[in-house]
Design a protein around this ligand. Structure first.
Ligand code: SF4
Ligand code: SF4
Length: 369
């Protein structure tokens, strides 16, 4: 399968997968998106890359964060109100605790101001998104040192702010990137844990995907149709942003001409490019692939060209690339194949009751012309 047929099949698999996610996520008892953010530094780099790559996406993220700022501002007002009440009632009896609380309120206000600003899309600026959970938790800790402080916060919250008790503690807030009306702001740049369907819920998302899609369509549902221009810009941008932004890529449906363009773009960015043609692909184990990618010297890019590849080989490769990602390594590696073959038998790890699948966060791209 290649060309239009491949892209149409990918689109169909993605639509079916999205419908399952919409039906199952949130019907479980866990509701991941309602429980704090899971974005780490590595995830943030993907978000930065996507925002820099795509103006429309950047605008959507900024608009989404603007709405988040409204939500956090409502919480902040309640927190500031409780802080003022405590300042009056405690007089000068707890100056240290009060100063800590006021400092936390100030940090929270700073963050809301920043969210509403036209901040530059850089790691240094945007790491504030990852740090906010610490700001929130510091504020609640500071407040908990005052007897009745958390109770007052929940009472004053009413229906407008988000503070509620879960047991004797304040319940975790929704993920910073979640909007009630439209869901995840990060979309294609979701953190790895979300993109890889980490799921321990009942009903279980992975079980439903497995039952409804089957192996080949699950692999296809994790691919993104993109034009060759976007792939070339991605390659260039990653190298401009720095080596820690480089992500290995799997590109299906690439013609010889496109492979040449990819190699040139890597070369333009200062890499020595090695093109390796694999005429008779056999299934390589994840360990073998990891070993091979480890030997790519710094400053060198490796492009492996397969005439065709099947879902099983892709899945095994994804396991290797996912482990490489977990070690925060960034080999300059592109695998291209013109055709996708039907998989004779699903990968064994697909059949296991895995809690996560490794495909979601990788750059699995299929070229649409
Ligand atoms: S990923 Fe799983 S646990 Fe999380 S909301 Fe979806 S079904 Fe629930
Ligand atoms: S990043 Fe997106 S998908 Fe992940 S928990 Fe937050 S809102 Fe949900």
């Amino acid at each position: 399968m290649t060309g239009h047929e491949l892209v149409a099949r990918v689109r169909d698999a993605r639509e079916r997968s999205d419908a399952i996610i919409l039906r199952v996520c949130g019907a479980c008892e866990n509701k991941c998106c309602q429980q704090m953010t899971m974005m780490g530094t590595q995830d943030l780099r993907r978000l930065i890359r996507e925002m820099q790559l795509d103006e429309q996406f950047e605008r959507r993220v900024r608009e989404g964060l603007f709405e988040v700022a409204e939500r956090l501002d409502t919480d902040l007002r309640v927190l500031a109100e409780v802080t003022e009440l405590l300042a009056v009632s405690s007089g000068s009896s707890r100056p240290g605790e009060l100063a800590d609380l006021q400092r936390s309120v100030g940090e929270w206000a700073d963050f809301v101001r920043w969210l509403r600003s036209d901040f530059p899309i850089t790691q240094q600026e945007m790491r504030r998104l990852v740090m906010f959970s610490a700001v929130r938790s510091n504020a609640l800790n500071a407040l908990s040192r005052f007897p009745g402080g958390l109770g007052a916060l929940v009472n004053l919250s009413g229906n407008k702010a988000s503070f509620q008790f879960r047991g004797r503690r304040i319940a975790p807030p929704p993920c910073l990137f979640f909007l009630d009306d439209s869901g995840c702001i990060c979309d294609q740049a979701k953190p790895a844990k979300c993109a890889n369907f980490f799921c321990a819920g009942v009903p279980n998302l992975l079980e439903d995907l497995r039952k409804s899609l089957g192996f080949d369509d699950f692999v296809l549902a994790n691919m993104t149709p993109v034009g060759i221009d976007r792939i070339l810009r991605m390659i260039e941008l990653e190298r401009d942003l720095g080596p820690q932004y480089i992500e290995p890529k799997i590109v299906l449906g690439a013609s010889e001409e496109m492979i040449d363009l990819i190699a040139r773009r890597m070369g333009h960015s200062g890499e020595m490019v090695r093109l390796k043609r694999i005429e008779r692909p056999g299934l390589r184990s994840a360990a073998e692939v990891e070993g091979e990618l480890k030997t790519i010297p710094p400053g060198t890019g490796l492009i492996e060209v397969f005439p065709a590849i099947d879902g099983n080989t892709l899945y095994e490769l994804a396991l290797a690339l996912d482990r490489i990602r977990l070690r925060d390594e960034h080999p300059s590696y592109v695998l291209t194949a013109t055709h996708l073959l039907t998989t004779p038998a699903a990968h064994p790890l697909w059949d296991d009751r895995m809690m996560a699948q490794p495909l979601g966060v990788l750059d699995l791209l299929v070229i649409e012309e």
